[in-house]
Design a protein around this ligand. Sequence first.
Ligand code: GLN
Length: 510
Amino acid sequence: MSLHHSTRRGTPYLGCPGARRKGGLKLKLNELTVSDVRKLIDNREITARDVIDDTYKRIDEVEDRVKAFITLTRDDAYRMADNAGDTIKSGKSSLLAGVPIAVKDNMCTKGVLTTCASKMLYNFVPPYESTVTGRLSAQNYVLVGKTNLDEFAMGSSTENSSFHTTKNPWNLECVPGGSSGGSAAAVAADECIAALGSDTGGSIRQPASLCGVVGLKPTYGRVSRYGLVAFASSLDQIGPITKNVTDAAIIMNAIGGHDPSDSTSAPLELPDFALSLGQDIKGLKIGIPKEYFVEGMNEDVEASVRAAIRKLESLGAVIVEVSLPHTGYAIATYYLLATSEASSNLARYDGVKYGFRADGKDLLDMYMNTRAQGFGPEVKRRIMLGTYALSAGYYDAYYKKAQQVRTLIKQDFDKAFTQADVIITPTSPSAAFRIGEKATDPLQMYLSDIFTISINLAGVPAMSLPCGFTKDNLPVGLQIIGKHFDEQTIFKVAYAYEQSTDWHTRRPKL
Ligand code: GLN
């Protein structure tokens, strides 16, 4: 087994002469995990600059093919790495000091272009920093660049980006998933060590699943949304996309917790998620919702998920059947609520305050031209759907009804969680699909979120982690859903599973 495989498993290699950069063996630092890099930097075996050198070397090698990024921040990255180096020298190192992290391009980074993959914001440079990137900065992280997404995070494949489609590193003819497809592909392709994504209906978990990496959507309210460009404010959450479960815990420890700048962030103490790693899962109850194992699921996906359930059982977990009876309404509910909120949130793009502005013979004409030319087709479709659902005469039949069904969906989870500590499902009904395969059929695209959307409607946390491969060598993701504000149990189960398998050690050959 090669060195980089053993490091991903978390096998300590410090003291191994091969780990030394100058010791003959060419260690590719961009392939390591957060905790591996930390140990090497703190032991003075490498510098923060070395890590960034290897990261951009990799980007230069593969980015032409993967296209994970909208903006690369090479110059800033070296400056940040040098700052991290100074902090480390002064003895004040933090877990993320010098770690190269990519950020989805819908989180505001002060002075760095933030486009939401939309022509509408093609030139928008935020005057302020999002809370999450501010918290990473406080730990001296290094911003590698801003990653591609579906325009305004609306989509499941990155094909809705106004700029380009990101490719899946496991098969360049397939989508990486979406909307955080750039972040997931960048992590899978070792173009960064970790990334941030946002998840409104599955946008962290589904691309993590399709790219064979770990992605966590925290409980609604666990992570501040301040500086996240709003899509559907009652559903949006930011979370980590990483190479393993440990790194997800490290990033959550950095970005989570109450923020007075976001009134929906919960005033709760942030637990230390690293403490959940390595705990026994004997006797822990795992719920399997019968509604999620239905016809239409890819057979390799089903086989991998069922094998994962057996593995967890062999580790001492108790499997119980649970029911989430309103699952069948989740997609319709989501596409009424998310579009309604989007239609309101996106009203601000009028050519006056931000970004793109078209010409017009008068003010109204300018507004209309700006919105007609600035937004792509999927964003327009959603603004129209949402405006319709909220309009007088239709509000009660659509928006209000959808809110009522949302409550029923949440109650399904409340009830299931009286019988189980976590719930397990596949993350996505299929592995990565081919570019173009669903692009012309919005309904097919919407269906790819069937297993992730209810979780956002209920507000509970969920993680996707690798649990196998299809016959075509495409990754399959396992979704672990937890109770409100109980990410700890998710981490416990995910880590136990990860440590008993080697899926997370496999990397695409690019
Ligand atoms: N794919 C879903 C959508 O298109 C979810 C997107 C997201 O989570 N941002 O809305």
